[in-house]
Design a protein around this ligand. Structure first.
Ligand code: ZN
Length: 433
């Protein structure tokens, strides 16, 4: 079902009018209420009068993650703190964490876009939802929670962890929807086997998996194991948390709710729109938020975008799965490497598990090395060195042909690569860059 047909299926001309109206209002609002934006717009010689429609968005300066960190904790709020209803924090790899403030209306918006999202994946009022994203400062758990509540679903707020209890709940309560990270969906398999659960008979029919990039090969793996329809959900705390975009049941791109989040996909260097279907950096502008609206926020996620109407009837543009990040992309001997490329190869190899880790290091001579730690399946694990060498040679050959860079493959016993209940940490970069 379509949760909000009026806004999700707007004729494109009407959508553009709404976007224009909302952008004008938002720019007036931040100019009046945010010192950061007032200063920033003035620095670029822009006043709200210069913004008359959505096409004028190109005149506005970008907002970067550094702007949030530099103005830690509340410098980008457009509202006095006593009007802010909820605060979330995402941990940064360096420096201050990123703080996001929601007004009461923003929390209502979050519930609205997450209700759209749950229905977009195939859910409907009355469904039972197992929320296995973490609850707390991370936006995953509460975001799904608000949306499910609004959509009239039954919520099981499991949060992440305590896997055997999660599985018992699945068996006894029979929830139809599972929401967690894709790596957690795979992580649960080992425990399920220990509990002698037949994964194929799980009660889950629909999964909303996100918070980390994953490949279509991994989708197939999850769908086969759990007998579930695995859909991709996209979000980030700076924009709202989960609920920015979601795949419909056709699984042909993620619908981005562009009546409230205006997307641009820009070339990383020139910052001009990429051609439809060409990868670029996703930049999002809030059109209705009031707590901490952001103008042209650079997500650092690389996606493609398409504007044609979907078979499901929704007119909102569709973005691709996240193809990589502008920042966690690793460069090895001058070659761009995305962990998802390696994951894709591993999933095509019969003897391996989709549990892996990449270790990047630099030799004394200055040459970069890329080591791939791969877990081998129980039934293929053997004490015979010759046998193992054969498998690792095969993996090495295939990865090298995809990446175009030499790798060392290191096979490890089943269940030895670190498991992650939240975001998987796939890359260990030991180089001092
Ligand atoms: Zn669709």
């Amino acid at each position: 079902m379509i949760w909000n047909e009026k806004f999700e299926c707007l004729p494109l001309k009407d959508l553009k009018n709404i976007q224009s109206e909302r952008l004008v209002k938002t720019v007036e609002y931040v100019y009046k209420n945010s010192n950061f934006y007032k200063t920033n717009l003035e620095k670029h010689g822009i006043t709200p009068k210069d913004i008359k429609n959505i096409d004028d968005i190109k005149k506005l300066p970008m907002t970067e993650k550094e702007n949030l960190r530099d103005n830690y904790p509340f410098g980008l709020f457009s509202m006095p703190l006593d009007k802010i209803a909820e605060i979330h924090v995402s941990s940064g790899t360096t420096g201050n964490p990123t703080v996001v403030g929601y007004s009461k209306e923003d929390v209502e918006l979050w519930a609205e876009v997450m209700a759209r999202t749950l229905c977009c994946a195939g859910g409907k009022p009355g469904d039972m939802v197992q929320v296995s994203y973490g609850y707390g400062l991370f936006t995953g758990g509460l975001g799904v929670h608000y949306g499910a509540l609004k959509a009239g679903m039954t919520i099981i707020p499991c949060s992440s962890g305590q896997t055997q209890r999660q599985l018992k709940i699945m068996q006894d309560f029979k929830p139809r929807i599972l929401t967690c990270t894709p790596s957690y969906a795979l992580f649960m398999v080992d425990d399920a086997k220990e509990m002698k659960i037949d994964c194929k008979k799980s009660s889950w029919e629909i999964g909303l998996f996100g918070a980390e990039p994953w490949s279509n090969a991994m989708r197939k793996e999850i769908e086969d194991i759990w007998n579930i329809s695995a859909t991709d959900i996209y979000g980030l705390s700076e924009i709202i948390g989960p609920g920015v975009a979601q795949e419909c049941t056709f699984k042909d791109g993620l619908h981005l709710y562009s009546d409230v989040f205006y997307p641009e996909v820009l070339d990383a260097k020139t910052e001009k729109d990429t051609k439809e279907g060409t990868p670029g950096v996703l930049v999002i502008t809030h059109l209705t938020k009031t707590g901490m609206p952001l103008i042209r926020y650079k997500t650092r996620d690389i996606v493609t975008i398409r504007y044609e109407k979907c078979k499901c009837g929704r007119t909102s543009p569709r973005i691709s799965k996240v193809l990589g990040r502008t920042d966690d992309m690793i460069i090895v001997r001058g070659i761009n490497v995305f962990p998802s490329q390696i994951e894709h190869v591993l999933l095509t190899i019969e003897e391996t598990q989709p549990h892996y880790q990449l270790i990047v290091d630099r030799e004394e001579g200055g040459l970069d090395t890329l080591e791939v730690l791969v877990e081998i399946k129980e039934e293929f694990f053997s004490d015979e060195v010759k046998q193992l060498n054969k498998i690792s040679e095969k993996i090495k050959r295939q990865i090298e042909s995809v990446l175009g860079v030499g790798v060392k493959v290191h096979l490890v016993e089943p269940k030895t690569v670190a498991r992650f209940e939240g975001k998987a940490k796939r890359v260990i970069d030991k180089r001092k860059l």
